[in-house]
Design a protein around this ligand. Structure first.
Ligand SMILES: C[S@@+](CC[C@H](N)C(=O)[O-])C[C@H]1O[C@@H](n2cnc3c(N)ncnc32)[C@H](O)[C@@H]1O
Length: 152
């Protein structure tokens, strides 16, 4: 196993988890920045050409994990690996953000769902060649249709 390195921190408008949109229909269009440490800045070369990025980060303000949990979008429990719960055996978050612009070691992005100061572990270009019709959304699709039927 390896010891992860901190490559930078997220600057986001969210200082409290309750302010981050959750549940059915939640929209993630908040803007923030990814501030990369000087020793890793060279690794951002050529990133401007990608419209979207995967950001891997650490849930540094969650404790422990639970293998079954009930997400805010549903009233039924699901296994942790079938959810995006912050309480996981390895507290790693994954967010797709829109890459707005770069200023040296700082990336301006849209779509942050992390708390201000969240440690960044890695950034990769977002590329997906899975056709929309091949994607299945599991329990989430059922929870969304139940929520729509009940008018939530
Ligand atoms: C449902 S998780 C999804 C995160 C990411 N998009 C993912 O799929 O891994 C998003 C929630 O994580 C929590 N969160 C955000 N930043 C955090 C941090 N640094 N430490 C602990 N919890 C955090 C907030 O409650 C936020 O609403």
């Amino acid at each position: 196993m390896f010891t992860p390195r901190l490559i930078g921190r997220v600057r986001s408008p969210y200082t409290e988890t309750k302010k981050i949109p959750k549940g059915p229909g939640a929209k993630h269009d908040a803007e923030g920045t990814l501030e990369i440490l000087p020793e890793f800045e060279a690794g951002l070369s050529d990133i401007e050409g990608f419209s979207h990025l995967f950001v891997l980060w650490m849930f540094d303000r969650s404790e422990g994990f639970e293998l079954m949990g009930t997400p805010p979008i549903d009233n039924r429990p699901h296994g942790v690996f079938a959810t995006r719960s912050p309480r996981r055996p390895n507290p790693i978050g994954l967010t797709v953000v829109e890459n707005l612009r770069r200023e040296g070691p700082v990336l301006h992005v849209r779509g942050v769902d992390m708390l201000d100061g969240t440690p960044i572990l890695d950034i990769k270009p977002y590329l997906s060649n899975i056709p929309q019709e091949s994607l299945r959304r599991g329990w989430l699709a059922e929870a969304e249709s139940r929520a729509n039927r009940s008018g939530n």
